[in-house]
Write a protein that binds this ligand. Structure first.
Ligand code: ADP
Ligand code: MG
Length: 735
């Protein structure tokens, strides 16, 4: 046979074998590289059944045995009402026997055909999770591989059996076989690391690492393989980021150094408070960078209420003082409106540029949102295009084609994770030269995540809150344990209002029939009737007539008309509303210093970071705040742990870590991930592998500084290109 060369980039079909064609049709497996890059989700020790005594339900068991008996039963499926089949196979090993139960559900049809052919006497490997049922151990729908007569695979089977996630009807054994074949046929495996890096860190050669990640003889081999491949992942990702970083350093931007005696100075002079130390420090960093002829790319993180908005406004004014414009992009209409109000309030006469009574340095603030009327929109568009508006605030509407700027010098993105990369670059494209970019986030990002995901941004952090911020006490109110406690919560609200303060009441649903939310309701494992969740539209009138009778109660949620939202928000800000009953539309950035108490109903429905953000709305005016996390969840259940964590600390970094650990890592910033994990990362954990990431980052910069086009490292160049091209590169870029 004439050998066809099988390379890393060859299509999977080049491998041949029985399953390659089927594999090639799966998403995510196109090349031989993709195939051998599909790692086992775990390895199980080839066990004997004598270990059953030491095992518990849920443990993974794999063993070799012989079919002792097979019986088929039919039954009526409760859900589909169709006849379904169950096959019970007793498998005997040298030291015991175990029952395998196969159900004929649609997704096991492929297996089923195989299993009905399980004749007594057949030998195979069985692997599945142990379950205690009808007084005996069994495996349900185990993965299995049967041997032909005279097959020597039983003897050559390794002690550590790789188990792959079964994808698209391909079993773990079929995948193993095809990967094994591919590794044998591959005549060259790309080496992305420079030899010096490999040597200094005592890493395995790639080919060896690939063999051992699939088929290690020992756990130690597997660990060594992981160490090597993890490093590769970190290194390639860091190369992508370093390249982007070096590209920005080589890009020219208009310097916006500001002007003594201009708007910024006038603003500082009328600021009613002194900037915090952090605001001064970060302000200086930003001021200096805006004056350079490379675009600033900075991430500003700080707790809700730490004073980011003031910092960004000062940056905007510096740009206006330099003859440019600034755009402030907010994630929601409510926030855009609020930004406009607070920016105009802070600027006072400085926002009346060109108007009677306005300051001589003054500029104008324009608001552009989707709900503007035609006339207002025309005015705003003209002010942006003509340059009269030094500051343009808006939502996604700012990204539309017809929005033009005279000279866009700075883009400020508030609450980064709601904006994707396309949006940011769409705005950037509206500037003649690349604008400076400031991204603000109130969700603290652990250092390692910042290094991986925001590796091309510089980071500034506001650690302290402005002086005079009140403490916020957070208390969990488990109404399942004590229903009367809810009454006590409403009483606290009445007390605060009587003392001249205001309150938020937050619910997870808008109306009781909210399907979208209802669908997310987990089936209660205890078999209890699902809880009825509080809904804004129902709760508000109930409170107004009952527990909070006599107080001014208003409703705010995302399905209201924008002008209604604005009206309610303004009334609440002006103190004309005592209690705002809302969904999480108030989550980000809303600032009403007089609000001191927040009652969050069904608090277990919210994520850790979300709860933390929500309570950041209170205790803003120097008054002590109280946040009540009301929950009907099981007082001993897992969601209670989360709530107690939120109640126990105000350290945003700590909470964000807890949050990320609970969610899938690939979902760290709330993006949809097709491949499941961030930036093509399979082994690397952006939370746990800090040392590897930091080391790989240094190594990446070193390599790229010496050889920016990676001419001398073709394998690395190809891997970097692949990651850049992959849709996951968007994730890395997302800011
Ligand atoms: P963030 O955007 O980080 O949530 P803001 O900039 O909105 O925070 O500030 C929150 C509140 O604190 C605002 O009312 C703001 O005017 C006020 N503030 C900001 N900086 C200071 C400061 N240095 N001293 C006192 N109050 C401040
Ligand atoms: Mg803010």
């Amino acid at each position: 046979m004439v050998g066809v060369e099988v390379t890393w980039e060859s299509p999977v079909t080049a491998v041949g074998g029985k399953h390659a064609a089927k594999l090639a049709r799966l998403p995510g497996i196109a090349t031989v590289g993709d195939l051998v890059g599909t790692y086992p989700k775990q390895h199980v020790q080839k066990g004997s059944l004598s270990q059953l005594d030491e095992l518990t339900a849920g443990d993974l068991v794999s063993f070799v045995g012989e079919v002792a008996s097979a019986r088929q039963f039919s039954y009526q499926d409760k859900r589909t009402r169709r006849t379904a089949y169950r096959l019970e196979v007793r498998v005997r090993a040298e030291d015991g026997a175990l029952l395998m139960t196969y159900f004929d559900k649609a997704k096991h049809v492929a297996d089923w055909r195989l299993q009905t052919e399980l004749p007594v006497g057949r030998v195979g490997v069985f692997s599945g999770r142990l379950k205690w049922f009808r007084d005996e151990w069994q495996l349900t729908n185990p993965a299995s591989r049967l041997y032909e007569e005279g097959d020597d695979a039983v003897d050559t089977m390794p002690d550590l059996i790789p188990i792959y996630s079964s994808i698209g009807g391909i079993t773990t054994w079929q995948l193993e076989e095809t990967i094994e074949l591919a590794l044998t046929l591959l005549d060259r495996v790309p080496e992305v690391l420079p030899p010096a890096v490999v040597e200094a860190r005592d890493l395995l050669p790639t080919r060896q690492a690939l063999r051992w990640i699939h088929r290690p003889d020992t756990r130690a081999q597997k660990a060594m393989a992981e160490k090597r491949l993890k490093y590769d992942e970190a290194f390639v990702a860091q190369c992508v980021l370093a390249r982007r970083r070096l590209l920005v350093e080589g890009t020219v931007a208009n310097p916006r150094p500001g002007r003594p005696g201009g708007l910024l100075d006038a603003f500082d002079a009328r600021l009613p408070f002194a900037l915090t130390e952090g605001q001064v420090r970060v302000g200086e960093e930003i001021a200096e960078e805006l004056g350079r002829d490379h675009p600033m790319q900075r991430l500003l993180q700080g707790e809700v209420g730490s004073g980011k908005t003031v910092v960004s406004l000062r940056a905007m004014l510096q740009v206006v003082d330099s003859g440019g414009q600034a755009a402030l992009l907010a994630p929601t209409e409510v926030l855009a409106q609020q930004h406009q109000r607070s920016v105009e309030r802070m600027l006072g006469e400085l926002a009346q540029g060109g108007m009677l009574g306005g300051s001589e340095h003054g500029t104008r603030v324009a608001l552009l949102t989707g709900s503007l009327g035609a006339a207002a929109r025309r005015t705003a568009l003209a002010a942006a295009a003509g340059g009269e508006a030094g500051i343009v605030i808006g939502t996604h509407a700012l990204l539309e084609d017809r929005v033009q700027f005279a000279d866009l010098g700075l883009v400020v993105v508030d609450e980064q994770h709601r904006f994707g990369v396309e949006q940011r670059s769409a705005l950037g494209a509206k500037a003649g030269t690349p604008p400076h970019v400031l991204v603000m986030t109130a969700t603290p990002i652990p250092r390692t995540v910042a290094m991986t995901v925001f590796g091309d941004l510089d980071t500034s952090t506001l650690f302290e809150l402005p002086a005079g911020r009140g403490e916020v006490q957070t208390t969990v109110v488990p109404i399942k344990a004590r229903a009367a406690w809810l009454e006590r919560a409403w009483q606290r609200v009445r007390e605060e209002v009587a003392a001249g303060h205001q309150a938020y009441v937050v619910a997870s649903r808008i109306d009781p029939g909210d399907d979208e939310v209802a669908a997310a309701e987990p089936v209660d494992a205890t078999g209890e009737a699902p809880r009825v969740l509080y809904a804004v539209d129902e709760l508000a009138p109930e409170l107004a007539e009952g527990a909070l009778a006599g107080l001014r109660v208003e409703v705010l949620h995302g399905r209201m008309l924008p002008e209604d939202k604005d009206r309610v928000m303004s009334a609440f800000a002006a103190g004309e509303v005592d209690v705002l009953v809302s969904t999480t539309v108030i989550e980000v950035g809303v600032d009403v210093p007089n609000a001191t108490v927040m009652v969050i109903l069904d608090a277990d429905r919210f994520g850790v970071s979300q709860l933390h953000q929500l309570r950041g709305r209170i205790g803003r005016g120097g008054h002590a705040g109280l946040c009540l996390l009301v929950t009907g969840a099981d007082p001993l259940g897992p969601s209670m742990e989360r709530l107690l964590a939120v109640a126990g600390t105000r350290d945003g970094f700590e909470l964000s870590r807890i949050d990320m650990e609970q969610r899938r890592e690939g979902n760290v910033l709330g993006t949809q991930q097709s491949g499941g994990r961030a930036g093509g990362l399979k082994l690397l954990s952006v939370l746990r592998d800090e040392a590897v990431i930091a080391d790989a980052r240094e190594a990446a910069f070193e390599v790229l500084r010496a050889d920016p086009a990676l001419v001398g490292s073709p394998d690395l160049a190809a891997a970097v290109r692949r990651l850049e091209d992959s849709e996951q590169a968007e994730y890395l870029e997302m800011t």
